[in-house]
Design a binder for this molecule. Structure first.
Ligand SMILES: O=C(O)CCc1cccc(O)c1O
Ligand SMILES: [Fe+2]
Length: 313
């Protein structure tokens, strides 16, 4: 087996509320580099760790993480809708391997996913049906959140289980780093909002458009500096990247949920997807981070990062 890892921030505001041209050009260069890295590795399987933003998972049952043997995208923010090309057989094998290693994995036989899963597949592969994928939801939004050490353990178990497949595997993390977009919160929500977060009734097109417009406006406010949102935190973001670059993802095990949220905002917990991906790679052997790009981009509400890493064999 050979393995690599890629981390990529996502934002539904890309193309909708863009920063200055030189920032876009820098991001494009970094993303091109990641694409070339992936093309030369030529993965036979992508294990994709991503969060959800109340499009697929709701408080009726909110697992800390969940592996899909099939998945359908909702098409939020203009992202692709429809089935992902899930490698069901590989997904089942990895799920069993993870359960055998003592991790209480939830399984979905038809996961609903949003831009968190779709955007990296579109950006890096040109679509949601271009490469065999095993989607793994990692809750990074819905509190309460358990210790990050369990996400690291999940990543480790998935890495070990994937290694047994004897294929070229890309572990891909989607989201983060620090950011504080206007995602609704159950605690203290008015009854109508609480009901939506619990039950997950599909929104009408008008409701969806209104919600998306609210996020676009939040991006404009964030960029203009007139907002109550927690600012992007480049110092913390670089500490996250330093830790992943060290080759010792287990160093995150003593990071507290409170500390992460205070440093990086309500959606900083999306870095759990990166932690899982790099822990998976670490489970297959020593690794080296081979590229690393970072830029605070308030227009996108994102401490925006792209990183690649290769296993040393
Ligand atoms: O769908 C939503 O409600 C949140 C959208 C959103 C905005 C900025 C950065 C993100 O990572 C993100 O997911
Ligand atoms: Fe997100």
């Amino acid at each position: 087996m050979s393995a690599v890892a890629v981390g990529l921030s996502h934002s539904p505001l890309i193309g909708k509320n863009d920063p200055a041209p030189d920032v876009i050009a820098a991001v494009d260069t970094a993303v091109d580099e990641a694409r070339a890295f992936i093309r030369s590795f030529d993965p036979e399987l992508v294990v994709l760790y991503a969060p959800d933003h109340y499009n697929g998972f709701f408080y009726k049952e909110m697992p800390p993480f969940c592996l899909a043997t099939e998945a359908n995208a909702v098409g939020d923010f203009g992202s692709a809708a429809g089935p992902l090309s899930v490698d069901t057989e590989a997904a089942r094998a990895i799920a069993l391997g993870v359960l055998d290693r003592g991790i209480d994995l939830t399984i979905s036989a038809r996961m609903t996913v949003d831009h968190g899963f779709v955007q990296p597949l579109e950006i890096l592969f040109g679509g949601i049906d271009q490469v065999p994928v095993v989607p793994v939801f990692v809750n990074g939004v819905a509190t309460p959140l358990g210790p990050v050490s369990r996400i690291r353990a999940l990543g480790t178990a998935i890495g070990e289980a994937a290694a047994a497949l004897d294929r070229r595997v890309l572990f891909l993390g989607s989201g983060g780093l620090s950011h504080d977009p206007p995602v609704p919160v159950l605690e203290g929500a008015p009854p109508r909002v609480a009901d939506a977060l619990i039950e997950g009734h599909p929104p009408t097109p008008e409701q969806r458009a209104r919600g998306e417009q609210r996020v676009v406006q939040a991006g404009r406010d964030y960029a203009a500096g007139s907002t109550a949102m927690i600012p992007i935190n480049p110092t913390w973001d670089n500490l996250v990247l330093d830790t992943l670059a060290s080759g010792r993802p287990e160093d995150v095990d003593d990071w507290s949920v409170e500390w992460m949220g205070a440093e990086g905002g309500g959606s900083a917990h999306e870095v759990r997807t990166w932690i899982a991906a790099f822990a998976s790679l670490a489970a297959t052997g020593k690794y080296q981070m081979t590229s690393r790009f970072y830029r605070a981009i308030p227009e996108w509400i994102a401490g925006f990062a792209v990183a690649t890493a290769v296993g040393e064999r």
